[in-house]
Design a protein around this ligand. Structure first.
Ligand SMILES: [Zn+2]
Ligand SMILES: [Zn+2]
Length: 229
């Protein structure tokens, strides 16, 4: 189920339908209007009034070193992600991953040695037909020449949605949700997802890869949603 728009009308903006006048799926005015996450916690990407580390990360440092997230989970990025996830519009993958790739180009090197998409439980993946995190990781892999490793970690349990749970409850819910299934794990890994909401999933995944020997773990996602904690 590929989106017809860009396949049939290349050079048209995915958001407004006007000619994009460039080899991108968004026109320049729409791209300039995106809800960029300008100032955020370097570790968890929580929006902050000034650059630094948020109080939560200072109190409980997460098991990952940095988060690289270009946008807030707001219009129109939230709609593009919805169209990808629930509408099966794989045409959204390239422009969304492009936002992340642009931000990564401005960052100091070295790049990670492996991209690990957050695994879906097999049952959910079978229902949806694809894993959006894997689609984004594959696109970034082509752009950045970093291999995607889907063999490193497995989701052992289908976890109910984390939204609405307290922090300790979320952690308990996710404990043993992932197991490392290959060894050795690369030293420097980027975890990939579409949206980071509470960060609990990334924490659980990073913790288990860290215990398996990954020394530096980064979180890469397209958008950061906010949740009252
Ligand atoms: Zn446009
Ligand atoms: Zn933080």
């Amino acid at each position: 189920m590929r989106s017809a728009s860009f396949t049939l009308f290349p050079g048209r903006c995915l958001l407004c339908g006007n000619p994009s006048h460039r080899a991108l799926d968004l026109c320049a005015p729409c791209a300039a209007d995106l809800p960029y996450l300008d100032v955020a916690c370097g570790q968890c990407a929580l929006p902050l009034p000034a650059p630094g580390t948020c109080a939560q990360c200072q109190r409980h440092p997460p098991p990952f070193a940095v988060s690289v997230v270009p946008c807030r989970h707001a219009f129109p990025v939230d709609h593009l992600i919805q169209r990808l996830k629930y509408g099966g519009e794989l045409a959204q993958v390239a422009p969304l991953a492009g936002l992340l790739a642009t931000l990564l180009r401005e960052r100091p090197k070295p790049l990670p040695r492996a991209l690990v998409p957050v695994p879906l439980h097999w049952r959910r993946q079978a229902t949806r037909g694809f894993n959006q995190a894997l689609e984004i990781a594959n696109q970034l892999s082509r752009t950045l020449a970093i291999p995607v490793r889907t063999d490193l970690v497995r989701r052992t349990r289908a976890t109910p949605p984390q939204v609405g749970m307290a922090r300790t409850e979320r952690r308990r819910n996710l404990a043993r949700a992932f197991v490392v299934s290959a060894a050795p794990v690369p030293e420097h890994i980027a975890l990939i997802d579409d949206v980071v909401t509470t960060g609990s999933t990334m924490e659980a995944l990073a913790r288990c890869l860290g215990q398996a020997g990954a020394a530096r773990i980064e979180v890469w996602a397209i958008s950061r949603a906010l949740l009252a904690n």
